[in-house]
Design a binder for this molecule. Structure first.
Ligand code: DWN
Ligand code: ZN
Length: 410
């Protein structure tokens, strides 16, 4: 039985997704025999409402010098980060010689805005290849995991930070206590930590079970984040829902008593009570909904196969690994997966070993159906792939429900 790292209570396994490979473990054929697997199970802690993985994968297996995800792969996400950086610079970095730190800075997409504006900044990124891309863009980046020791080193070598930012990062850090201790060390008095991650309420509401994978150790809500950070002398002073990644939450955090909280914090707390995020029953129902989603997707793909239609996957996302392995979808149902990331080309999807090919192969010739694994970027993708629909192609999605999207005439 797992004990919750936040409060020490027993963690109840609620959504078992089976034997699973690394979500970003895109591999070569010669590496099939040594592929790494673990049991992917979502757990719920009634003591502090923290939703979390029951079994964690060692972090070095996930974040390393061949990490295949680059933030800049979505132009809409790059726009989202530009707007956020400009807002932070305007509202939080007015003092001369302000210093901003981003934890999990990936390829520097967010920090580049500060770099271009001449604002003192530092990214902390453990995956050497993506950190190198950031450095090549002129973004100051240190390649290491963030913890209390890293925070002390940054303060010694640079200074305390006015703002510490993190996007889709904190939910990846298994040791939340060293993370919070590091934030205490790093932050200036009256400084803010602002972070955003996929929001638990949206994952449940949209049955987005593919957000559950090795890298996402936690599935945050305001309630669980409050439990965690209050143990370290922090409070949440604002919450701002975001549309990114199918529904995210941005949390603004300060040391207790330093800043006034907005009314949105109470509004969100009440919403979470209505959503039932504190109740084990909510997670048991989620499990029922996840199974139904799986059965409907398999049924649809099998029906399409009987009609001899060509179906390919669109975007070899981390999320696709959960869906493909949980639904046991192999090359008999999905010909290949098209993706824009060169490092994934010529490799095979983790676990089910579906070939990953370049976007060129998606177009030549177009398939009948494309299973949209990057449903979180649907607007961006459907707009740029209008020719696919004009050629008679159709999109399949499974979030928030399994369906063939009706864009054929647009
Ligand atoms: O938290 C995480 C999020 C932020 O990013 C990480 N753990 C890993 C990653 O998750 P993901 O792989 O599910 O992210 P995305 O942004 O949903 O998908 C990115 C993948 O999709 C890349 O391989 C590129 C591909 N893609 C594509 O082929 N065509 C993306 C777009 C927008 C496209 O048009
Ligand atoms: Zn707990």
């Amino acid at each position: 039985m797992k004990r919750c790292p936040v409060c020490g209570s027993a963690v109840e396994p609620v959504v078992p997704l089976g034997r699973m490979p690394l979500a970003n473990g895109f591999l070569r054929q010669e590496d099939f025999p040594s592929e790494y697997f673990f049991q992917l199970t979502l757990g719920f802690c009634e003591g502090c409402a923290m939703v979390q993985l029951v079994e964690n994968v060692p972090r070095e297996k996930m974040f390393h010098a061949e990490y295949p995800f680059f933030t800049a792969s979505s132009t809409r996400m790059a726009e989202h980060f530009r707007a956020w950086a400009e807002q932070v610079a305007r509202e939080r970095l007015s003092a001369p010689r302000s210093f901003v730190v981003e934890i999990g800075s990936n390829d520097g997409t967010l920090l580049q805005v500060f770099a271009t504006a001449g604002i003192s900044h530092l990214g902390v990124e453990p995956s050497a290849n993506v950190a190198a891309v950031a450095q090549s863009k002129g973004v100051n980046t240190v390649c290491r995991f963030f913890d209390e020791k890293a925070a002390r080193d940054i303060v010694r070598e640079h200074s305390e930070a006015d703002a510490v930012l993190a996007a889709n990062c904190f939910c990846h850090i298994q040791d939340l206590h060293t993370l919070a201790a590091g934030l205490q060390v790093l932050l200036k008095p009256k400084g803010v930590v602002i972070f955003e991650d996929p929001y638990l309420g949206d994952i449940i509401e949209r049955v987005a079970y593919d957000q559950i994978y090795d890298e996402h150790a936690y599935y945050f809500s305001l309630a669980s984040v409050t439990h965690w950070l209050s143990r370290h002398g922090f409070e949440i002073v604002d919450v701002q829902p975001q549309a990114t990644h199918g529904g995210s939450m941005r949390y603004v955090v300060a040391r207790c008593g330093e800043l006034n909280a907005t009314s949105q914090v109470d509004v969100q707390r009440r919403k979470e009570t209505t959503l039932g995020l504190h109740s084990p029953e909510t997670y048991r129902q989620l499990n029922v909904n996840v199974r139904r989603s799986r059965d409907e997707l398999i049924e649809l793909l099998q029906r399409l196969k009987r009609h001899a239609t060509r179906v390919v996957g669109y975007a070899a996302t981390s999320k696709s690994t959960t869906v493909l392995n949980y639904c046991r979808i192999s090359t008999d149902l999905l010909e290949f997966i098209s993706d824009t990331t060169p490092i994934k080309h010529g490799r095979f999807s983790p676990g089910m070993h579906i070939p990953v090919r370049s976007h060129k192969e998606f177009q030549a010739p177009y398939p009948d159906y494309a299973l949209l694994f990057a449903w979180n970027h649907a607007d961006e993708i459907i707009e740029k792939e209008r020719a696919f629909c004009q050629a008679g192609g159709q999109w399949i999605t499974y979030v928030p429900r399994v369906e063939v999207l009706d864009y054929a005439t647009s």
